[in-house]
Design a protein around this ligand. Structure first.
Ligand SMILES: NC(=O)C1=CN([C@@H]2O[C@H](COP(=O)(O)OP(=O)(O)OC[C@H]3O[C@@H](n4cnc5c(N)ncnc54)[C@H](OP(=O)(O)O)[C@@H]3O)[C@@H](O)[C@H]2O)C=CC1
Ligand SMILES: CC1=C(/C=C/C(C)=C/C=C/C(C)=C/C=O)C(C)(C)CCC1
Length: 314
C-alpha cells in the first residue's frame, strides 16, 4: 500500500511532536509525515527526536494556522498538494475569570483553536473532495463536550470546533471523507505549563474577592495535582491517535482518558443538562477540604459526601 501523506500542525512540542515522531518511526513505513510549526526556530526537539527519519519519513515545514498565506505555501510545497491525513493539533489554552481577560486575548484563542481549523480546511478540503479520499483528525478536548470551571473561552473554542465538525461530517459522507475528533483529558505538555504560569501571573484586581479566591485557592491550588493524577503523556495521546488513523472505520469521537470518562458521561445522563454542572459545583469546594476527589483513580465525585460539604460555597 502507498505511503499516506500526513500533515500535522503544532509540532514544536507536546502532542503534535509525539505524534509526528510516532508516525515517522512506524515500522511498516506507512506514513510520510509533514510536521509543521509556526516558528521554525523551535525545530530542534523535533529534529533530534526524528534522528535518521529526518528527510525520509519526516519533513519539517513552517505553518501558522492564523496565517492563510503560510498554510497555502506549505500545502503548495507538498507533492501534488496531496494530504491523505490532516491532523489539526495546533492550539492554546486560557484560564481565569473573564473579568481579568481582554477581548483580544479571547480572540486569539478563538482564532487559533477554531479559525485555525477553518483556515486549514478551506485550503485542504477541496482537494480531498476532488479525490474522494482523506481523513481529517482534530485534536479537540473533553472540553469540547463539557465546560470546566475557569476555562470559559477555551471550552467555547473547543465547542466551536465540535459543532463545526459535527456539521461538516454529514457533508463529508457524500465525498467518502472521514472526520475524527480526538478528545483528551488533561495532558502533561507545554500547554499545561504555560496555562498554569499565565494563571499564576494573572492580575486578578478586576475580579471580586470571592471569584479571585475561587480561582487561586481552588483552581490553581489543585491544578498541578489534577494533571499529575489524571494526566496522560503526549505519547499516550499520540498512540490513541495513530490507532484512530489506522482504523478501518474510524469513530467520529474518541476520548483518550478513561479516568475522565465518568465526568463526560454525566452530560448524556441528564437531558436537562444540570447534572454535570451541579456535580462540578459541589465537587469544587471538596478540593479545599481534601484535595482532588479521585475515587478509584477516576475524576468521579463521591455522591454521599456532598450534603456535608456543599455549603462551603454559601
Ligand atoms: N495539554 C492538555 O491538557 C490538552 C491539550 N489539548 C489540545 O491538544 C493540542 C496540542 O496541545 P499540547 O500538545 O497539549 O500543547 P503544546 O503547547 O505542547 O503544543 C501546542 C502546539 O500548538 C502550536 N501553536 C500554537 N499556536 C499556533 C499557530 N497559530 N500556528 C501553528 N501552531 C501553533 C504551538 O506552537 P508554539 O510552540 O510556537 O507555541 C505548539 O506547537 C491543542 O489543540 C490543545 O487544545 C486537548 C486536551 C488536553
Ligand atoms: C483544577 C481543578 C479542576 C479540574 C481541572 C481540569 C480537569 C482541567 C483540565 C484541563 C484540560 C482537559 C485541558 C485541555 O483541554 C476541577 C475538577 C474543575 C475542580 C477545581 C480544580
Amino acid at each position: 500500500m502507498a505511503r499516506r501523506n500526513v500533515l500535522i500542525t503544532g509540532c514544536s512540542s507536546g502532542i503534535g511532536l509525539a505524534l509526528a515522531i510516532k508516525m515517522a518511526k512506524d515500522e511498516q513505513e506507512r506514513f510520510k509525515v509533514y510536521a509543521t510549526m509556526r516558528n521554525l526556530a523551535k525545530k530542534d526537539a523535533l529534529e533530534e527526536a526524528a534522528g535518521h527519519n529526518l528527510g525520509k519519513t519526516l519533513e519539517i515545514k513552517q505553518l501558522d494556522v492564523c496565517d492563510e498565506q503560510s498554510i497555502k505555501t506549505c500545502v503548495n510545497s507538498i507533492p501534488d498538494r496531496r494530504i491523505d491525513v490532516l491532523v489539526s493539533n495546533a492550539g492554546m489554552g486560557l484560564i481565569g475569570p473573564i473579568e481579568c481577560q481582554t477581548i483580544d486575548e479571547m480572540k486569539t484563542v478563538m482564532d487559533t483553536n477554531f479559525f485555525g481549523l477553518v483556515r486549514l480546511l478551506k485550503e485542504i478540503l477541496p482537494d480531498m473532495k476532488k479525490r474522494k479520499s482523506g481523513h481529517i483528525v482534530i485534536i479537540s478536548s473533553v472540553m469540547g463536550i463539557q465546560g470546566i470551571l475557569f476555562n470559559d473561552v477555551y471550552a467555547a473554542s473547543k465547542f466551536a470546533v465540535e459543532g463545526f465538525c459535527e456539521s461538516l461530517a454529514i457533508q463529508a459522507l457524500k465525498f467518502k471523507l472521514q472526520l475524527s475528533l480526538i478528545e483528551p483529558g488533561p495532558v502533561v505538555t507545554e500547554f499545561e505549563r504555560k496555562v498554569f504560569e499565565d494563571g499564576m501571573k494573572m492580575d486578578l484586581s478586576a475580579a471580586d474577592e470571592e471569584t479571585a479566591d475561587m480561582f487561586t485557592n481552588i483552581y490553581l491550588k489543585n491544578y498541578k495535582q489534577i494533571f499529575q493524577s489524571l494526566g496522560q503523556s503526549a505519547e499516550e495521546v499520540a498512540e490513541h491517535t495513530v490507532k484512530i488513523i489506522l482504523a478501518e472505520n474510524p469513530p467520529f469521537r474518541h476520548q483518550t482518558n478513561t479516568l475522565y470518562t465518568p465526568m463526560t458521561t454525566l452530560k448524556y445522563a441528564d437531558p436537562n443538562g444540570d447534572l454535570p454542572i451541579d456535580i462540578f459545583y459541589k465537587m469544587s469546594p471538596l478540593f479545599i477540604h481534601q484535595g482532588p476527589v479521585l475515587h478509584q483513580g477516576c475524576l468521579l465525585p463521591s455522591f454521599t459526601s456532598f450534603p456535608d460539604v456543599s455549603p462551603a460555597w454559601d
